[in-house]
Design a protein around this ligand. Sequence first.
Ligand code: NAD
Ligand code: UD1
Length: 342
Amino acid sequence: MSRPSTVLLTGGAGYIGSHTAVVLLEAGHRVVVVDDLSNSSEESLRRVRRLADGDLSFHRVDLRDVEALDAVVTGAGIDSVIHFAGLKAVGESVDQPVRYWDVNVGGTIALLEVLERHGIRKLVFSSSATVYGEPERVPIDESAAVGATNPYGRTKQAIEMLLGDVAGSSPEWHVVLLRYFNPVGAHPSGDIGEDPNGIPNNLMPFVMQVAVGRRDELTIFGDDYPTPDGTCIRDYIHVMDLAAGHLAAIERIDSLPGCRAVNLGTGSGSSVLQVVAAASEAVGRPLPHRIGPRRAGDVPASFADPALAAELLGWRAERTLPEMCADAWRWQSQNPEGYPAG
Ligand code: NAD
Ligand code: UD1
């Protein structure tokens, strides 16, 4: 194991942040979470503390509040940062672009201001495969053109450019842009998982809410795509594998100067029908679904070439689609309404 360090997690109470906190604590790192709880519950962090021993502190702070963030960082001995905090719903970003640019880009600028003040120059950023837009080819490697097709994706692209400029300003900066494919699943305990507000936009949480009886049926958005079964193909990656990818990035960051983008995906795609079949298997009964029209903006196939992550981070995704579904179902069946309010 590398030297224990102190890692600031912005947005650490959220879905990916909470799983990453468990993995960092288990590896002996200290974790400082800042989150405004706008899309999460402090209950996730109470459960993280139950799952993993170690030093975790929580501060309810809006990232854009520079002075409040400065107060958290002052004296905390932060070595590096994983920047998860942000808004992530594509449809909402179309309706509320100013809010998305403000929180995502404005929040990142506020964070960078505080990091500069304290001489903290190691940063891992939550980017997304959405920056590739309509991919030229699959599997997608990091040299593929970027060109996001919605405001959410464009904020990610803008932050990537901003961080590239910042890293170019001093050789002391070490920045890793992690481009996630489709994170799904939950901690194998079923104690923490994904808890979306309202009607889920993403496939797996929707499927799991059908399984638990909160929704009647899944609508599959189109079965006339140029894929083997006509439904879209995505690279679903277990959130625990994703968390391990963050740990690897933090532990290798000293040897990664500058700014580089790295895909986090499995390298293999599954269709919507394959996900429904695997989820039905995990749940133990068929899940009601029907075919509906295509969703605007969907691309037929998106999956990663994950070779660079193996080379630079020594990381590979290990968990299978059946494990993703089994763990998602354990979380959902143990917590049918998600985290309790309050
Ligand atoms: P999430 O919503 O569960 O977590 C984000 C956290 O940030 C939440 O806890 C929220 O309360 C917090 N937050 C939002 N605005 C804030 C602010 N102004 N100040 C402080 N905290 C704030 O989402 P997630 O799925 O865990 O995603 C984490 C990151 O990964 C996001 O940046 C997201 O865009 C990115 N990402 C997610 C996916 C995915 O499918 N889940 C895919 C690609 C990239
Ligand atoms: C979506 C976002 C993308 C984001 C990603 C992960 C869009 C256009 N893209 O991508 O920016 O990075 O989530 O957060 O929203 N599906 C159904 N029925 C449903 C829900 C989904 O058939 O009720 C299908 C979709 O058409 C898609 C697949 O399931 O083919 C996966 O959908 P989703 O989980 O939303 O992920 P992405 O489309 O990859």
